[in-house]
Write a protein that binds this ligand. Structure first.
Ligand SMILES: [Zn+2]
Ligand SMILES: [Zn+2]
Length: 331
């Protein structure tokens, strides 16, 4: 579907059990197309991409550049296969390029670090194995290869029709990028800004020390740009980026208030606090215990991300006691 002149959006399917399709975008050019994000590595996703391009009178073989907003499997997964089919080069931010191997190939070290992190943050031992392995199934939907191009903030990727400026927006992943078409005033936002849900920001062994602080500051930077349309990695295209940024910032402020209230009753682990937060608010709300395994892990790691930010803001103290990482209100 052509969403802007020369910009085609194709919704590629997720594996069974995952509700969200991935939006991939083709920037049409006479000397080669640019593909932004690739979708999951599955037959269905590849076929949907091929058919979607055909419907717009475009050919898969004319893709010359593949730009990946971040290394999550729903964005990066299929890029290696598409590269093999069309000979295109793959470009990804340096920080995420460095995570490809430890996340998808030699991941035993990562699993150990995740287990240690979860244990330290209060996850009971009977829940540890399933939470530790909650994301492993996704590796089946990723084919890895090192990218030809490692991107930095300020780089540009262009064909004869579009010039995309790389904006490094860490938070959702350490090497997340948005792509800005300054002349045409549109933004490809990956998972950094979504219209109908709040992007996940988790503290994990690959996230950096304070991912939510990174996220909030890179989100505020975006609000300064002149953007008419935002083209996200999931959900609908939208305008009024500034309003959406304000809503997301307000969500995180509210979440921090809930956490501060939860700390009224004494020292707690991130796991203990996660039990007291209403999750999935955009779809009616759910208690922690009712979340699927993967969502429970995200709930714990998102809670840690908020606690790290509150600690940096000097509202919360973090102390290690009896083998657990405990938080206490300073207000
Ligand atoms: Zn993502
Ligand atoms: Zn995504």
């Amino acid at each position: 579907m052509q969403v802007l002149n020369g910009v085609h959006q194709i919704k590629t399917p997720a594996p069974a059990g995952v509700s969200w399709p991935t939006n991939v975008y083709v920037m049409e050019g006479g000397n080669g197309h640019i593909l932004v994000d690739s979708g999951w590595d599955s037959q269905e996703a590849l076929w949907t991409l091929q058919e979607g391009m055909k419907a717009s009178n475009l050919k898969l073989r004319d893709i010359k550049k593949i730009v990946i907003t971040h290394i999550h499997p729903d964005h990066y997964g299929l890029s290696t296969k598409i590269k093999q089919i069309c000979g295109a080069e793959v470009a990804i931010h340096r920080a995420d390029a460095g995570l490809i191997s430890p996340r998808y190939k030699d991941f035993s070290g990562l699993l150990k670090k995740i287990e240690d992190l979860l244990r330290q943050n209060g996850v009971p031992s009977d829940e540890l194995p399933e939470l530790r392995e909650a994301s492993l199934w996704m590796n089946e939907y990723v084919t890895t290869d090192l990218p030809e191009v490692k991107l930095e903030d300020g780089d540009t990727i262009s064909n004869d029709s579009f010039e995309l400026e790389v904006l490094w927006t860490p938070g959702h992943s350490p090497g997340h990028i948005c792509l800005y078409e300054r002349k045409r005033k549109f933004l490809l936002s990956g998972d950094h800004v979504l219209y109908d849900t709040t992007p996940h920001v988790s503290f994990n062994p690959h996230s950096g020390d304070n991912p939510l602080a990174d996220y909030v500051s890179s989100l505020k930077e975006l609000a300064r740009l002149k953007v008419t349309f935002t083209l996200p990695g999931h959900g609908p295209v939208f305008n009024a980026l500034g309003l959406r940024v304000d809503e997301i910032l307000a969500h995180h402020e509210e979440r921090k208030r809930v956490i501060m209230r939860a700390l009224d009753s004494g020292l707690q682990t991130a796991y203990g606090i996660a039990q007291k937060i209403p999750w999935r608010e955009s779809s009616g709300g759910a208690a922690f215990q009712d979340l699927a395994v993967w969502d429970r892990r995200l709930a714990v790691t998102e809670t840690i991300a908020h606690l790290k930010l509150l600690t940096q803001e000097d509202r919360v103290a973090n102390v290690d006691m009896e083998g657990a990482s405990l938080y206490m209100a300073k207000d």
